[in-house]
Design a binder for this molecule. Sequence first.
Ligand code: NDP
Length: 450
Amino acid sequence: MEYVQTIIDRVKKENPEQCEFHQAVEEVIKTLQPLLEQEDKYSKKAILERLIIPDREIHFRVTWMDDCGKIQVNRGYRIEFNNAIGPYKGGLRFHPSVNQGIIKFLGFEQVFKNSLTTLAMGGGKGGSDFDPKGKSDAEIMRFCQAFMNELFRYIGDHTDVPAGDIGVGGREIGYLFGQYKKLTNRFDGVLTGKGLNWGGSLARTEATGYGSVYFAEEMLKARGESLEGKICTVSGSGNVAIYTVEKLYHLGAIPVTVSDSKGMIYDKDGIDLALLKEIKEKRREDLSAYAREKTSAKYVSIKDYKDGIHAVWEIPCFAAFPSATQNELNLNDAKNLLANGCKCVSEGANMPSTLQATELFLQAKICYGPAKAANAGGVAVSGLEMSQNASMTKWDFEMVDKRLHQIMENIFLNVSQTATEFKDPTNLVMGANIAGFRKVADAMIEQGIV
Ligand code: NDP
């Protein structure tokens, strides 16, 4: 434990103020203890010391012009964390909260998540503090072009393959890809989440949300339970949340909440998926529009949330799907969920639960699917998009969805078998961290001291 603590202290000292990065490292490294005790090769080869420092941290200026002719300046990031098992792979996030520490936590998580998919992908992440909200389509395009004017130097289909994340969907990937092509004169599979007519994969849009529900289904199946007929709560109302709601309906569950940065909707009869898609995917409005159009639904503005409580997690449910952002589910929220009988949490967002909330779920021994396992479906289908691009083929929806389902089943099996191997069978946090780490660490050892 002393060795692990030394590493955590070092991360905090060398990366002051990057609290999300500290949190992600602490969560992973503490659970590796039983493996490190069993095999001393990882400490002898300084694997943890190597893993906590990204291979490369790229930080650049993005200058663009808004519709009023005013020059705007943002910060851009790409953190290439580890490529021991494949090219760097991970999304781009455009959100005003983005900073070096947030991108580093996401990149660190991505290394282990990608390892769990069994596909050949290393870990990376990027983004900008640019806020797409309220921007015109032309402004979004000019920003994406300016961002790519710098990013194109570092990426490539065998080097680093970015994708979407918060604030980066199909539209943004289109503008980014267009500019990459213009600058390089190459049509490479350099980004995933592309349009279906120019290299994108069917089911990529659905993959993270569907995958998180498939993972929940596997956790429950192992305990003889299912989602059918059960009340579920979902947070967020973006890409991951919408397709979580959709898959829950496919499996006969009843999703009753969604949320955004301004508030939440509770619709006791079940979220109206068509209306949700219309408001969020087409009109890009906030969720208060849902309550205006469906008066049976209850809208709670974030201003009315009680201190330290997220209203979504106050709604009684059998299974919860946090699918918005990091640290959106704290200790109070976890207590509320458990007190109301929640039996399953499957994380669609990255690191949505705080360390204390995670600890409580583990103590309660509910089905708890940590993000790096439960939301790996998105990057897995990105990997399948890369395969299709490389072989110049296109698979139909059913084939990609079937592969996604198999991958999520395999991740569950791998993670739960690893948890059992280390004598804590319900602890999928430990199972995911050890299984993800072991593969990357062994690859690093085999590739020598580089
Ligand atoms: P979107 O941008 O499509 O949606 C994000 C949703 O979360 C929106 O409803 C947004 O509300 C809400 N949200 C974002 N930031 C905050 C905040 N600080 N407080 C409250 N609500 C917030 O992103 P995605 O759905 O793609 O991503 C959601 C999560 O899933 C992220 O953690 C992401 O890293 C993770 N993830 C995504 C993958 C993917 O394939 N897209 C893959 C794996 C993980 P509003 O609309 O008001 O901004």
